[in-house]
Design a protein around this ligand. Structure first.
Ligand code: SAM
Ligand code: FES
Length: 350
C-alpha cells in the first residue's frame, strides 16, 4: 500500500481502483504514513503556518430541506435569526483586531438576502477591510448573482458538493436539489474567477467506499483551491437523527490523501472534527490541513446555528480565545499567521 501513497505524492493522481484499495486497506499504521507524507507536502508549500478564517454565520434561515442539516426549513424547533449589516461589520471589526484577514459569510439559503442586500454588504466589508479576503458560503445562486458578488469584491466561495454520486446525492437531499445543479454552480464559480471550495461529509448515510472514490476523483479533476471535509454528525430534529456519525479517523485519512493529491490546496480542520474529539483540529492539522475557521458570530446566536448535535459553539473554538488556539497550534509545532492566506502557486521557503 505504501507504494500507492508514494505514487499519489509524486503524480498527484491515482486510478479509481487504487483509491479504492487505499480506502479498503485502511490501517492506523498506513494512516500514520499518509500523515507524515502529507505534512512534508504541506510544509513544502505553506511551511508550518496555519491560516485563520473568521466565520460569520449570518443567517440560519434556509429554504432547503437537506435531510442531514439542523437548519433545514422543516425544523420548527429552532429560533431563526438574521444578523444586520451593522452587526456583521462589527464581527469583522472584532475579527480584524484579533488578526483575521479573511472573513467567511456563511448562511442558509435565505430568500431575505437577495442580491440588493448582499451586494452592498459585500462592498461595505471590502471597503472597510480592503486588505482582507471575503469568502461567501451561501449555497446555490444564478451565474449572474455569483458574478455580481464577485464584482462587488467577494474573492472566494465555499460550496460543498456533498457527494459526487448522483444516487447518493438524491438520498441526502429532496428532489429540488440535484448534483448536476450543484456541479453547474461550482463550474460557474470557477469560470467567474473565484477561489472555489468544494467538499463532502465523511460517513453520511448511504455513503459507500465507491462514493468516496468518486469524491476523490471529482476533486482530482476539478482542482478546487479549497476543500472542506468533515464527519457527518446526526442532528436530533432531522430525518437522519438515528444515523451514526462518520468516522473521525477516516476523515483524517482522507485529509491526508487530499493533501497528497492536491499539494497546494487550502484545507481546514473543521469544527465537526473539534466536536467529535477535543483535539480533533490539532489532529486534522497533523493529517495535512492548514486552515482553522474560528467562529466570529455574536455569542448569543451561535447556539442557533446548530447544523448537528453538540456542535461546539463557545470556548476555545471561538475567535475570543485566540490565545488558546495559538497555544494549541504551537504545542504541535505550528504557527498561526496574520495573512489572507490565499492559494499559493509557488513553493514556500520557510
Ligand atoms: N447553505 C450553505 C451551503 O449549503 O453551502 C452553507 C451552509 S451549510 C449548513 C454548510 C455545510 O454544513 C454543508 O455543506 C454540510 O456539508 C455541512 N453540514 C450540514 N449538516 C451537517 C451534519 N449533520 N453533519 C456534518 N456536516 C453538516
Ligand atoms: Fe439549508 Fe441544506 S438545509 S442548504
Amino acid at each position: 500500500m505504501k507504494q500507492f501513497i508514494e505514487q499519489l505524492e509524486h503524480e498527484n493522481k491515482l486510478p479509481p481502483e487504487t483509491y479504492k484499495a487505499l480506502l479498503e486497506g485502511y490501517t492506523s499504521e498506513l494512516a500514520e504514513f499518509v500523515f507524515s507524507r502529507a505534512q512534508a507536502t504541506r510544509e513544502k508549500y505553506y511551511g508550518r503556518t496555519i491560516y485563520l478564517r473568521g466565520l460569520i454565520e449570518f443567517t440560519n434561515h434556509c429554504q432547503n430541506d437537506c435531510y442531514y442539516c439542523g437548519i433545514r426549513k422543516s425544523n420548527r424547533d429552532l429560533t431563526r435569526y438574521r444578523l444586520t449589516p451593522e452587526t456583521i461589520l462589527a464581527c469583522c471589526h472584532k475579527g480584524y483586531q484579533l488578526g483575521f484577514r479573511t472573513f467567511v459569510l456563511q448562511g442558509g439559503e435565505d430568500g431575505y438576502f437577495q442580491d440588493e442586500k448582499l451586494i452592498p454588504l459585500i462592498e461595505a466589508i471590502k471597503t472597510a477591510y480592503p486588505d482582507c479576503a471575503l469568502t461567501l458560503s451561501i449555497g446555490e445562486k444564478s451565474y449572474s448573482s455569483y458574478l455580481a458578488y464577485y464584482k462587488a469584491g467577494a474573492d472566494r466561495y465555499l460550496l460543498r458538493h456533498e457527494t459526487a454520486n448522483t444516487l447518493h446525492y438524491s438520498k441526502l437531499h429532496p428532489k429540488s436539489l440535484t448534483l448536476s445543479k450543484r456541479l453547474q454552480c461550482l463550474n460557474d464559480l470557477k469560470d467567474i474567477g473565484y477561489q472555489v471550495g468544494m467538499g463532502f461529509m465523511v460517513g453520511s448515510p448511504y455513503q459507500s467506499i465507491d462514493c468516496l472514490v468518486e469524491d476523490l476523483l471529482l476533486i482530482e479533476r476539478f482542482k478546487p483551491e479549497m476543500v472542506g471535509i468533515g464527519p457527518f454528525i446526526p442532528h436530533h430534529a432531522t430525518p437522519f437523527a438515528k444515523e451514526v456519525a462518520g468516522s473521525i479517523e477516516l476523515t483524517f485519512y482522507l485529509i491526508g490523501l487530499i493533501r497528497l493529491m492536491h499539494p497546494r490546496v487550502l484545507l481546514p480542520a473543521t469544527t465537526a472534527l473539534g466536536t467529535l474529539d477535543p483535539n480533533g483540529r490539532e489532529k486534522g492539522i497533523l493529517a495535512g490541513a492548514n486552515v482553522l475557521m474560528p467562529n466570529l458570530s455574536p455569542v448569543d446566536v451561535r447556539k442557533n446555528y446548530l447544523l448537528y448535535d453538540n456542535k461546539i459553539c463557545t470556548g476555545e473554538e471561538a475567535a475570543e480565545c485566540q490565545q488558546c488556539l495559538k497555544n494549541r497550534m504551537e504545542n504541535i509545532g505550528y504557527q498561526i499567521v496574520v495573512s489572507r492566506g490565499d492559494y499559493t502557486t509557488s513553493p514556500s521557503v520557510s
